[in-house]
Design a protein around this ligand. Structure first.
Ligand SMILES: NC(=O)c1ccc[n+]([C@@H]2O[C@H](COP(=O)([O-])OP(=O)(O)OC[C@H]3O[C@@H](n4cnc5c(N)ncnc54)[C@H](OP(=O)(O)O)[C@@H]3O)[C@@H](O)[C@H]2O)c1
Length: 399
């Protein structure tokens, strides 16, 4: 019986769980384990009519011993970590101790420093290899599908890729003046950090939101987008040989940016604890508590996301450009799995990555990023499981 243990039961996890249940041939049994067990039980209740057998458990994934006991009790083929980036290392430690495969959608970030990078997880390479188990890192959309798109472009269309621009557009409207589409704490830490891009083998740093461009997105229209630091730049910079520059742009509306600036100016986005009525509180965590829960945005969000990569490089001595992207409709996602497109576009690739590891299609002991594997089975699975992609061989380039 093939089994997956899913840790976390938030917006992304809910999509992963729905998709595992749709794919019961591979996911015969799942265990949903999170800090708040009631959320796991509610999902089990909703989905238990299908073929996938579902159990639930309470776990604090900050504690390796609790995780080890849970993994030993359930005996999964893979642990799908869709809790928060803070838990990546404890879950990897528990996977090592129990010789279980591991997968996540976001790289490790210490809770007290807004700094995310792969070094902490890449440090596990030798230990995973020796244990004969595999860790698949960053298997959501971005990172995740963006790495698969890069491997696919390299395999089928280029001899050398020189430039990659990753464009993440959310044309959805939830009707609130300010809300975040996934975990507010993680989202705000990401967008209020300095920007950076990879050029000629080194990082070029920018002030937050310093570089702005406009782009006309298929099925969405014209949007302002801003250059951000993003984690796949780090792995693609190493894995796409001969790359000269990689940039990541994300669209933001004016209302979002004005609110964010104001919250920053008054100190509400800080992760430094402050004393309030005799208690230590972290302003950003307090802000998270007053903002709408991303899971509640599903029924209200209308519009589409468009996320993809524009490649420039050489094929057979000729210059070549290639744009591959997915367009996803918030309301269609909501009808299918009860979540908006930002959770959907992350949860579907996470299920696909876990499926490829469980079925042995992607299998190598060690710690890997998605672009290190054959992209073809993943690309086929995207079409089959709800994230079909489109190609454009003459895209408008980003200046
Ligand atoms: N690659 C991509 O494209 C992409 C895009 C979006 C998000 N992500 C990543 O996806 C992950 C999930 O995001 P989300 O929006 O689903 O977040 P979310 O809605 O806040 O859900 C997080 C879940 O993790 C649980 N959790 C937190 N700390 C825990 C702990 N110590 N032990 C056990 N469970 C714990 C939470 O439990 P409670 O219910 O008790 O709070 C919650 O169920 C994040 O790592 C995020 O960075 C990746």
């Amino acid at each position: 019986m093939s089994k997956a243990l899913i840790i976390g039961c938030g917006g992304v996890a809910s999509v992963v769980i729905h998709k595992c249940c749709q794919n019961s041939e591979v996911f015969e049994e799942i265990c949903i384990a999170s800090r708040t067990k009631a959320k796991c039980d509610a999902l089990k209740e909703k989905l238990s009519g299908g073929k996938t057998k579902i159990s639930t458990a309470q776990v604090n994934a900050d504690h390796v011993d609790e995780l080890i006991a849970l993994i030993n009790g359930f005996g999964p083929d893979i642990v799908i970590n869709v809790a928060l980036p803070y838990q990546d290392l404890t879950i990897m430690d528990a996977c090592l101790a129990t010789k279980t495969n591991y997968m996540d959608t976001a790289n490790y970030e210490p809770e007290d420093t807004a700094k995310f990078e792969y070094s902490w997880q890449w440090a596990y390479r030798e230990r995973f290899e020796k244990a004969g188990i595999m860790a698949l890192l960053g298997c959501g959309f971005d990172p995740g599908v963006t790495g698969v798109f890069s491997a696919y472009a390299m395999k089928h269309y280029f001899d050398e890729i020189h430039y990659i621009d990753i464009l993440d557009c959310n044309g959805g409207d939830h009707g609130y003046p300010f809300a975040t589409n996934f975990n507010p704490e993680i989202n705000i830490r990401e967008v209020s950090a300095k920007g950076s891009y990879w050029e000629n083998g080194r990082w070029v740093e920018t002030a937050p939101m310093e570089i702005k461009r406009e782009y006309d997105f298929d099925e969405v229209g014209r949007k302002d987008m801003y250059l951000l630091h993003h984690e796949e730049l780090e792995s693609l910079g190493l894995n796409i040989k001969g790359i000269k520059r990689i940039r990541f742009f994300m669209t933001f509306g004016e209302s979002y940016l004005t609110h964010l600036k104001c919250l920053e100016n008054v100190g509400m986005t800080s992760i430094e604890p402050i004393e309030f009525e005799g208690k230590q509180i972290v302003p950003l965590q307090f802000l998270k508590a007053v903002l709408p829960d991303p899971a509640s945005l599903g029924p209200r969000t209308k519009g589409k996301t468009n996320i993809g990569c524009i490649f420039q490089g050489m094929k057979d001595g000729q210059e070549k450009t290639y744009y591959v992207y997915n367009v996803c409709d918030h309301q269609e996602c909501y009808r299918e799995v009860g979540s908006q497109a930002v959770s959907y576009t992350t949860g579907v690739p996470a299920m696909i990555g876990a499926m490829l590891v469980m079925t042995g299609v992607w299998k190598k002991p060690g710690v890997y990023n998605v672009e290190e594997f054959d992209p073809d089975p993943f690309m086929e699975a995207l079409n089959r499981w709800g994230l079909p992609w489109k190609e454009n061989f003459h895209p408008v380039l980003v200046p």
